[in-house]
Design a protein around this ligand. Structure first.
Ligand code: NAD
Ligand code: UDP
Length: 315
C-alpha cells in the first residue's frame, strides 16, 4: 500500500538510492536535505515524478508534515565532512533526531534511524555483534559523530519506551556505490578517483586496518525490510557485508580493476581510526531474511564507471 514517506538526507549518497527505491515501490516521497554534503544531481532525475517532493530544510530546526514513515538519514558520514563542523554534526544527531522523533510521535509514524558501525568505536570484539557495547573515545576527533549517533540510539529507545513511538535502528557498515561524492574523503571515493587519474593512492597508516564494504543496493534492501518488517523487530540491527579486507588489499584491488599506473603512498593515520571492522549479520539474516548479494568486483565495476563519468563531466 502506498505510504507518505519522509527521507531526511535524501539528496545524499544512500538517501538518493532510498528515495528512488521508495518511489519504485509506489510511495509518495518527501526528500528533505540541507545540501551540506548532498547534491541535487543525485535526485535530479526524480524531480519530474509527481510522487516526489524536494524540501530544503535543516533537521536541527523543527519540521512538520503528515507522514506515515520517516527514514532519518541526515548526517554527514565521511570523517573530513563530519569533522568540518563537529558541533553541527552532533547537533544533527541529537537535536535533529529529537525533532524527527517528535514528528513521528505526533503523526504516529514509524521512524528508522541510520546509525553506524562507529557506535562500536575501535572494537575489541570481532566481528561486531549488536550486543557489544563498543569502545568509543568520548573526547576525540571522531566523537562528534560516534557519540552523536550513540545518543541518537538512546533517544530512539527512550521515545520508544516512554512514548510508545514505533522506532527502528539500523547500524550501517561501510557502504559504497554511485552517488558518493567524489571529494568526500572516504576511502572508496578517494582510491577510485586517485586511480582513475593515475594519482598517488593515499593509504593512511600502514594499511593493515580492515573494513568490510557493502554495495548500496544491498543496503537499501535491508533498510526497507527493516522499516516494513511485520514482526515489529526494532533492532538495533547490523547491515553490512561481512567480507573483510585490509585497506592495503583494497588499494591493490582498485589499482588492478582500473588498470591504473598509480603508486601507493603512506600518510599519517588520523586519530582513533578503528583497526578492524566486520559486521556479524546473523541477526539481520534471522529477523529480516537479509544478506548482501552483490560481489565486491561487481559493485566496484559500477562504482568505477560512475566516477569515470563524473571525472569526464568535470573536465
Ligand atoms: P551523505 O553525506 O552522502 O548523506 C547525508 C545527507 O544528509 C546529505 O545529503 C546531507 O546534505 C544531509 N544532511 C546533513 N546534515 C543535515 C541536516 N542537519 N539537515 C538536513 N540534511 C542534512 O552520507 P551517506 O553515506 O549517504 O550517509 C547517510 C546516513 O547513513 C548518515 O546518517 C550516515 O551517518 C549513515 N551511515 C552511512 C555509512 C556509509 O558507509 N555510507 C555508514 C554508516 C552510517
Ligand atoms: N583511508 C585511507 N586513505 C584514504 C581514505 C581513508 O587509507 O584516502 C582509510 C581510513 O584511515 C580508514 C579506512 O580507510 O582506516 C576507511 O576510511 P573511511 O573514511 O572510508 O571510513 P571509516 O570507516 O574510517 O569511517
Amino acid at each position: 500500500m502506498s505510504k507518505r514517506v519522509l527521507v531526511t538526507g535524501g539528496a545524499g549518497f544512500i538517501g538518493s538510492h532510498l528515495c528512488e527505491r521508495l518511489l519504485q515501490d509506489g510511495n509518495d516521497v518527501i526528500c528533505l536535505d540541507n545540501f551540506f554534503t548532498g547534491s541535487k544531481d543525485n535526485i535530479r532525475h526524480l524531480l519530474k515524478n509527481d510522487h516526489f517532493e524536494l524540501v530544503r530544510h535543516d533537521i536541527t530546526k523543527e519540521y512538520f508534515a503528515e507522514v506515515d514513515q520517516i527514514y532519518n538519514m541526515a548526517c554527514p558520514a565521511s570523517p573530513p565532512h563530519y569533522q568540518y563542523n563537529a558541533i553541527k554534526t552532533i547537533k544533527t544527531s541529537v537535536i535533529g533526531v529529537t525533532h524527527m522523533l517528535g514528528l513521528a510521535k505526533r503523526c504516529r509514524a514509524t521512524i528508522l534511524q541510520a546509525s553506524t558501525s562507529e557506535v562500536y568505536g575501535d572494537p575489541k570484539v570481532h566481528p561486531q555483534r549488536e550486543d557489544y557495547w563498543g569502545n568509543v573515545n568520548p573526547i576525540g576527533i571522531r566523537s562528534c559523530y560516534d557519540e552523536g549517533k550513540r545518543c541518537a540510539e538512546t533517544l530512539m529507545m527512550d521515545y520508544h519506551r516512554q512514548n510508545g513511538v514505533d522506532t527502528r535502528i539500523i547500524r550501517i557498515f561501510n557502504t559504497y556505490g554511485p552517488n558518493m561524492d567524489m571529494n568526500d574523503g572516504r576511502v572508496v571515493s578517494n582510491f577510485i578517483v586517485q586511480a582513475l587519474q593515475n594519482h598517488d593512492i593515499t593509504i593512511y597508516g600502514d594499511g593493515s586496518q580492515t573494513r568490510s564494504f557493502c554495495y548500496v543496493s544491498d543496503l537499501v534492501e535491508g533498510i526497507v525490510r527493516m522499516m516494513n518488517n511485520p514482526q515489529k523487530f526494532i533492532g538495533p540491527v547490523n547491515l553490512g557485508n561481512p567480507s573483510e579486507r585490509t585497506i592495503l588489499d583494497f588499494a591493490k584491488l582498485i589499482i588492478e580493476m582500473t588498470n591504473s599506473n598509480s603508486k601507493i603512498v603512506y600518510k599519517p593515520l588520523p586519530g582513533d581510526d578503528p583497526t578492524q571492522r566486520k559486521p556479524d549479520i546473523s541477526l539481520a539474516k534471522k529477523e529480516l531474511d537479509w544478506e548482501p548479494k552483490v560481489d565486491i568486483r561487481e559493485g566496484l565495476t559500477k562504482t568505477i564507471e560512475y566516477f569515470d563519468r563524473k571525472i569526464k563531466e568535470n573536465k
